[in-house]
Write a protein that binds this ligand. Structure first.
Ligand code: MOS
Length: 696
């Protein structure tokens, strides 16, 4: 780290290519003889296809094929059964893709899809999660591999004995990821080899999945994801789009472009599970927590168990002698839930950080102070000290910047005309992990360097961050470094997910750069190219199992119309401790992006499922509301200058997810402070607060 590229606000490298339209997203690559696929969703929830009539579709101009379970290329079973599409006539949820129409134009494919006639036998279904659902069960573990339940001390006794208690239940609806770029793929088969351009967070895992499904060696598959227009978790693994495109291309023996529509993203690609969360907190009269219990209920599908780690946040955030967490799942006739920014931690923190606010009121202690009193240097879950934990510093700096001091804790204590004004706070934490990666670094005879790694930039600025890290590790100005990412032809690397990308990729890039400098010890550019490679599998695997987390504190001021219940955000301010910040410009975007999604979760987003219809009724951006620019009047993100040498060579903790964690609770807590009304079921729509003048 000698030349100091890390920490500087470089504009993102691909910025000019993106704004001039030169950057290519998955389906923008020109391909000779390309055809177009259009996915056909099932119109029943649960049942079996009894007949597919493709006569009309095949007679429609331009239609080349209708691919369905009766004629589709066969795929092997894999670890993601929801991806074994078009293999059998069974329908597991409404919207499951049951056919693909391939045509010479997009319009012809769409028209063909309209003309496919499908008959089904159907049976009764269950699609709505309730806290008394008869199918509730205890999974063996929760994602990615946490114990389902934990217990320390004696929660029941500790809770019963405490002088101050809260027992509250929060509900969150399904949330749908809406990246700007939908899931989209071009698939091409050449002599038994498969080339796909896919919109994904990780070309390496997509290749692995396709290799399993099509029973090919991974070397026979190339996945390119050079530019990706957002993912938020929804593109964390291979999804239906890439599988359908590959199946269709094999069937028609021509390249196939398949882009899902906005409406088709709602459900079959995965969504954040609804949750029902009961939180019980007990404290002594000084506000010191004595008992904590978090019982979380969420849903999965009949195809695959997806057990979100909703209560895991509570295991490590605040200490108490008596603690318990549980997870229960219901298997419903719905698409399999999947990741959405901070899966588990985000909804879990909404519940816990809301309950802590309720406890602060019950015990009469300021909610910032209450959190400071319950800070812990030792992870209550693992019993070991955190590598670094700067929650208190975030709370103090946030309170200072926000102007928290002197806040009147009484609800409804500020009014400006028709607006009730309130402020709220929440804590935030997210694990700081890394995965093994590999990379190469090449010195060229002209004095420039090439760094190659199959990292993915899903719009975060990852490409630029790795380039900065590489320049410092090579001890050269970054202008002399070229970076290539987003292609399985490059050295294998993990996906952009779990806030692990920069930590994992930087690790391999730094090691490759160090190895190259060893090779070039005599100095000066080589006469021929010299390449060094690194693989961090062993080194990452040897890391001691220390509790590593990023922290944050979220502060929010809202105004609520006393008559209509309309909630508006006045300002939102977050302070984070996330290790070294590689690029302040892109880091700020990640943090305020996460905070904005938390605001969206609190006030706007809601997947509404109709049990009769068995599907979400709001399938587009007109009816599924997402926070827009006009909803965010002021938003600020700051970070502490945190150094933590236990983490990884780049010293980063990851910032993709910490910004959303706690944000919804801070909004909800501010709404309560403004109105005196506690809405425990998100989103906080105006109809829940209408006439709030008379509600409190
Ligand atoms: Mo993110 S939900 O870890 O892709």
């Amino acid at each position: 780290m000698s030349t100091g590229a890390v920490g500087r606000a470089y504009p993102r490298l691909e910025g000019p290519a993106k704004v001039t339209g030169a950057a290519r997203y998955a389906v923008e690559y020109p391909v000779d003889g390309v055809t177009y696929g259009w996915a056909v969703p099932s119109t029943v929830v649960r049942g079996r296809i009894t007949r597919i009539d493709t006569t009309q579709a095949l007679a429609s101009p331009g239609v080349l094929a209708v691919v369905h379970h009766g004629n589709a290329p066969r795929m092997a079973p894999g670890p993601q059964p929801e991806l074994r599409l078009l293999q059998e006539p069974t329908v597991h949820y409404r919207g499951q893709y049951v056919a693909v129409v391939v045509a010479t134009s997009l319009e012809a494919a769409r028209e063909g899809a309209r003309l496919v006639r499908i008959d089904y036998d159907t049976g009764p279904h269950s699609t709505v999660l309730t806290d008394d659902h008869p199918g509730l069960y205890k999974p063996d573990q929760v994602n990615p591999s946490y114990p389902t339940d934990t217990a320390e001390g004696d929660f029941d006794a500790g809770y019963a004995a405490a002088p101050v208690r809260v027992d509250v239940t929060y509900r969150t609806p399904a949330y749908h990821n809406n990246p700007m770029e939908p899931h989209a793929t071009i698939a091409q088969w050449h002599d038994g080899r498969l080339l796909v351009h896919d919109s994904t967070q990780g070309a390496t895992p997509v290749r692995a999945t396709l290799a399993e499904l099509f029973e090919l060696p991974p070397e026979s598959i190339r996945v390119v994801a050079e530019h990706v227009g957002g993912g938020f978790g929804s593109k964390g693994y291979a999804k239906a789009s890439v599988v359908l495109a590959a199946l269709a291309a094999r069937h028609v023996d021509r390249p196939v472009k398949l882009a899902l529509t906005r409406q088709q993203l709602f459900g079959p690609l995965g969504y954040r599970t609804p949750t029902i969360q009961r939180v019980r907190l007990a404290a002594d009269t000084d506000g010191r927590l004595t008992a904590i219990c978090h019982d979380a209920i969420s849903q999965t599908s009949t195809i695959r168990e997806f057990a979100e780690q909703t209560a895991v946040y509570t295991r490590s955030m605040y200490a108490a002698p008596h603690r318990r967490t549980t997870h229960r799942l219901a298997r419903l006739d719905v698409p399999t839930p999947f990741w959405m920014r901070a899966p588990g931690e985000c909804p879990g923190a909404y519940a816990l950080e809301s309950a802590v606010d309720e406890l602060a009121i019950a015990v009469g202690i300021d909610p910032v102070e209450l959190r400071i009193r319950n800070d812990t240097a030792v992870d209550p879950d693992q019993g070991r000290p955190f590598t670094s934990r700067n929650l208190v510093a975030c709370l103090r700096e946030g309170a200072e910047r926000f102007g928290w001091a002197g806040r009147d804790p009484s609800p409804r204590s500020r009014r400006e005309g028709r607006w009730l004004i309130g402020t709220g706070v929440a804590g935030s934490s997210y694990p700081a992990r890394a995965r093994p990666s590999s990379a190469t670094a090449t010195a060229r005879s002209d004095g420039s360097f090439l760094v190659q790694i199959n990292a993915t930039d899903i719009g975060t600025g990852a490409r630029t961050a790795i380039w900065q890290v590489a320049a410092d590790a090579l001890a050269v100005p970054p202008e002399r470094v070229e970076i290539r990412i987003g292609d399985t032809a490059l050295p294998t690397a993990p996906l952009a997910g779990g806030s692990m990308g920069t930590a994992s990729w930087s690790w391999a890039v730094i090691r490759a750069a160090q190895a190259l400098r060893e090779k070039l010890r005599d100095g000066g550019p080589p006469t021929d190219e010299v390449t060094a490679e690194a693989d961090t599998t062993e080194e990452v695997g040897e890391q001691p199992a220390l509790p590593r987390y990023a922290y944050g504190a979220q502060f929010v001021e809202v105004r609520v119309d006393a008559d209509t219940g309309e909630v508006r955000l006045n300002r939102m301010l977050g302070v984070f401790a996330a290790g070294r910040v590689v690029n302040p410009t892109t880091a700020r975007s990640q943090l305020i992006g996460g905070m904005t999604m938390g605001l969206s979760m609190a006030l706007h987003e809601e997947g509404l499922l109709d049990e009769r219809y068995g599907d979400w009724v709001n399938h587009d951006l007109a009816t599924y509301h997402i926070t827009g620019c006009a909803d965010v009047e002021s938003i600020e993100a700051y970070w502490l200058d945190e150094r933590d040498d236990e983490l990884n060579p780049a010293g980063v903790k990851g910032i993709g997810e910490i910004g959303i964690v706690g944000a919804a609770a801070a909004v909800a807590n501010a709404v309560h402070h403004a109105t005196g009304v506690r809405i425990r079921e998100l989103p906080i729509r105006l109809d829940k607060l209408i006439g709030v003048s008379d509600l409190a």
